[in-house]
Design a protein around this ligand. Structure first.
Ligand code: ASP
Ligand code: MG
Length: 434
């Protein structure tokens, strides 16, 4: 008997009809002879609505109460889903995060899973029940309080359950047919990817792809969980996210060209974009040793997450240089304030803040062995008249910063230039993309 973990996102359980449809699907999996554990998100945009509501009653809601509030969303969907399954004549039991043994640290709103003790889940499975677990939530042993894992945390719940219960596969059900070479909401000709390594998926997720949350991919990579990202609206095969070492030793379920090594791997896995970052430029920094260290020590103290960093060549006449870096917009003001406070100490001339930037990242493991990828990327952008403001690379990624209002055009031209366009338009089944 196989143990399958399934995760259903908010748009797959948005209303009573959808819940009944999902219930049928779960029952079919059970009937096929599998043990089934389901992690479920809150219905539709419930979490956003609860967040809005909280901000209507309090300008800065208390984190502990925020988690109490937000965890209610998943509690509603898990109970409704269990009821729907029961009415189809199958035994189903729902569990909150704490009942399921999802033990986290104490950080409200961004808790990390530190242990999973699924004793009650195992018991329910042994009694033949289908198990439904509230996604996105956990429990801290010291504070004895409910925590949440951060937005999109139900993916992480599912992966953690799959690892703890030693599941055969973790299926992530969503409103698109799998992982695409670009966001199909922006690039209708995006192609579905059959198989992608967890390393490539991490880069895509870290650079704005929303289909899977980065922490879930990290967890899956660390614990060797194979993911199958697929649509809850049809039975099509989706995308397998795998750890190559595993695939090479022949373990995972599906084998295709990407794992065999017989056929050449696609050079590029996909393109992601991100509009959530801003750029800070420290203007007129004395070009002497220790200045970058000073600046980024100040930045680090704010806890901000720096992404790209670029330092210009200094003008010989002034001995001054500019240093630019990108960071999440939400951290911009804090960093500006911290730098301003130390301006005299560091000795820079001024600060510029730009929140109208967009970032595009081209990702592919094949970059390691292929020359000319950057040239092709920059040429495509040039031909579309798009100016590049910053560039950074890793072994399997090239990122560029452009103006925010050109980012969707940039995405489309780069997608075409690398031959990623599909013959047919991708189907987006539901969801507001919120
Ligand atoms: N309901 C939570 C959210 O919207 C968790 C999730 O959907 O995964 O972020
Ligand atoms: Mg959601």
């Amino acid at each position: 008997m196989s143990l399958i973990v399934q995760k259903y996102g908010g748009s797959s359980v948005a209303d009573a009809e959808s819940i009944k449809r999902v219930a049928k699907r779960i029952v079919e999996t059970r009937k096929a002879g599998n043990e089934v554990v389901v992690a479920v998100s809150a219905m539709g945009d419930t979490t956003d609505e609860l967040l809005d509501l909280a901000h209507e009653v309090a300008p800065i809601p208390v984190p502990r109460e925020m988690d109490m509030l937000l965890s209610a969303g998943e509690r509603i969907s898990m109970a409704l889903l269990a009821m729907a399954i029961e009415s189809l004549g199958h035994d189903a039991r729902s569990f909150t995060g704490s009942q399921a043994g999802m033990i986290t640290d104490a950080r409200h709103g961004a808790a990390r899973i530190v242990d999973v003790t699924p004793v009650r889940l195992r018991e329910a499975l042994d009694e033949g029940a289908i198990v439904i677990v509230a996604g996105f939530q956990g429990f801290n042993r010291d504070t004895k309080d409910i925590t949440t894992l951060g937005r999109g945390g139900s993916d992480t719940t599912a992966v953690a359950l799959a690892a703890a219960l030693d599941a055969d596969i973790c299926e992530i059900y969503t409103d698109v047919d799998g992982i695409f070479t670009a966001d199909p909401r922006v690039v209708p000709k995006a192609s579905k990817i059959d198989r992608i390594t967890s390393e490539e998926m991490l880069e895509l997720a870290a650079n704005g792809a929303k289909v899977l949350y980065i922490r879930a991919v990290e967890y899956a990579r660390r614990h060797g969980v194979t993911l199958h990202v697929r649509s809850s609206f049809n039975n099509n095969e989706g995308t397998i996210v795998y750890n190559p070492t595993e695939a090479e030793s022949g373990t995972p379920s599906t084998t295709t060209e990407r794992s065999e090594g017989a056929v050449e791997e696609p050079m590029i896995a996909g393109v992601a974009t991100d509009l959530s970052e801003a750029k800070i430029t420290v203007v007129g920094v004395p070009d002497i040793p220790g200045k970058a260290a000073q600046i980024f020590t100040i930045v680090a103290k704010t806890g901000a997450n720096i992404d790209m960093i670029v330092q210009n060549v200094s003008a010989a006449s002034t001995g001054l240089t500019d240093i630019s870096f990108t960071l999440p917009k939400s951290e911009g003001q804090g960093v500006l304030t911290a730098l301003r406070a130390e301006q005299d100490e560091v000795g820079f001339v001024g600060l510029q803040y730009d929140d109208q930037i967009g970032k595009l990242a081209l990702v592919g493991a094949g970059m390691r062995t292929n020359a000319g990828v950057s040239a092709k990327l920059f040429t495509a952008l040039f031909e579309a008249g798009i100016n590049i403001e910053m560039i950074s690379t890793s072994e399997i990624r090239i990122s560029v910063v452009t103006r925010a209002d050109t980012i969707n055009d940039a995405l489309r031209v780069v997608h075409t230039a690398f031959g990623l366009d599909a013959a047919e338009e991708a189907v987006v089944h539901a969801g507001t993309g919120r």
